[in-house]
Design a protein around this ligand. Structure first.
Ligand SMILES: [Mg+2]
Length: 406
């Protein structure tokens, strides 16, 4: 899986006039938070562990808001370019912070697309042809004139048309501002010079047949906040577009075999069709959350790092079937903990509903259509206390049990 995402935050935002006079475009507020905050949460839910924000003008505001923070399971780092370098130059400037493969996203647009599946498509394309160096996410729109049109031959990108070129039929595919990139493309960018990824680097790779594409779902929510009308619109519809029902899963004994305080990565054994159930629920557009009591930490059997390593292994394993867990919540506490720091009667520990309520506060969840699947009475009680429907898993296919409520 791709576990790094780079977000381009250095645009000038000139089309937004006074709004961006003293504020970088991705820091403009949408529904009470910087647009960038929503974007970080969206990217992090696909299991990305490291997010690099490439900032430019007024970059110090982005540093203050995000540098060094851990958000939704991802570590956030901000780099500020010394001067306007363009999208390619900014990447080259960040070279020593970039993973061999990474996701690249525009910081001023939004597309509702499954980045775990996008990553799986990238790996498959590279298995077929290791010379592939970039993958673009495309979106079909009725009028491409504002964006520039992308043309395909099978899954290969064969052409770009410039913004605003007159077209007999303006409908077609545009770049949705999301890419998977091989760091090797940095060799095509001169150091310390301005360079545009879209105008200078990608056309060269396209001419060499080294760019593939994947298409967003028909009618997927897409918005570019760069002009006043769309910025006004996003205030109204971003939260609505993001709100979705959730399936909350208990972990041990429901998703993976419970050997008693299971915590070692090598002991991860999925229950029958548990991964397929998660991938299917992802595909239906639900959030998938894991809520797990981990009193083994309180008892001193293992530490919190072991828990995150176990969850990372679950994400890697899920990625191979195009699935992902949006967020993991665990409770390390126990009233009789051996380790004093974890000795607490915690409202997050099931049967308490705390983990469920925290998730519903942090994510835009449509709780009416949400439910929990677990294998114990504590799970059932936690769901009831959180006002959620619940289903008890008693063995067999996890796909079958989820199908009862989907
Ligand atoms: Mg359980």
């Amino acid at each position: 899986m791709i576990d790094q995402a780079v977000i381009l935050c250095g645009g000038m935002g000139t089309r937004l006039g006074a709004l961006t006079e003293a504020t970088p475009k991705p820091m403009l507020e949408v529904a009470g938070r910087p647009f960038l905050f929503h974007l970080i949460q969206e990217v992090a839910r696909y299991g990305v562990k490291h997010i690099v924000l490439l900032a430019g003008r007024f970059g110090e505001q982005i540093v203050t808001a995000f540098h060094g923070r851990r958000l939704f399971g991802a570590q956030v780092e901000v780099l500020v370019e010394p001067g306007p370098l363009g999208t390619g130059g900014a990447l080259r400037f960040a070279a020593d912070r970039l993973a061999p493969q990474f996701l690249l996203l525009n910081g001023d647009s939004w597309i509702d697309a499954d980045l775990a599946r996008f990553g799986l498509g990238w790996h498959k394309a590279r298995e077929r042809d290791p010379e592939v160096k970039a993958q673009m996410l495309l979106h079909r729109v009725p009028d491409t004139a504002r964006f520039g049109r992308v043309t395909l031959k099978a899954d290969r990108v064969v052409g770009f048309e410039e913004k605003g070129a007159p077209l007999a039929d303006a409908s077609g595919l545009i770049s949705a501002g999301v890419y998977a990139i091989d760091r090797a493309i940095l060799d095509l960018i001169p150091p310390h010079a301005a360079c545009s990824l879209e105008r200078d680097v990608l056309p060269r790779l396209v001419a060499e047949g080294r760019v593939v594409a994947s298409q967003a779902r028909e009618g997927a929510y897409f918005v570019d906040i760069g002009i006043p009308e769309t910025f006004a619109q996003v205030q109204v519809d971003l939260v609505a577009a993001r709100t979705r029902p959730a399936v909350f899963f208990d972990r041990d004994g429901t998703l993976n075999r419970d050997g008693g305080y299971t915590h070692r990565v090598e002991d991860l054994v999925w229950m029958p069709q548990a991964r397929e159930a998660i991938a299917h629920i992802n595909e239906l557009g639900y959030f998938v959350f894991v809520v797990t009591n981990q009193a083994g930490i309180a008892r001193g059997y293992y530490d919190e790092n072991a828990v995150t390593a176990f969850h990372d292994a679950m994400q890697v394993s899920l990625a191979s079937v195009g699935g992902h867990v949006d967020a993991f919540e665990w409770c390390p506490h126990h009233p009789e903990a051996v380790i004093p720091a974890y000795r607490r009667d915690c409202p997050r520990r099931k049967p308490g509903p705390g983990m469920l309520l925290d998730l519903m506060a942090a994510w835009p969840v449509d709780s009416q259509r949400s439910f929990l699947i677990g294998n114990s009475s504590a799970d059932m009680e936690a769901a009831r206390a959180a006002g959620l429907r619940a289903l008890r898993y008693e063995g067999g296919s996890v796909v079958d049990i989820a199908a009862q409520l989907l």
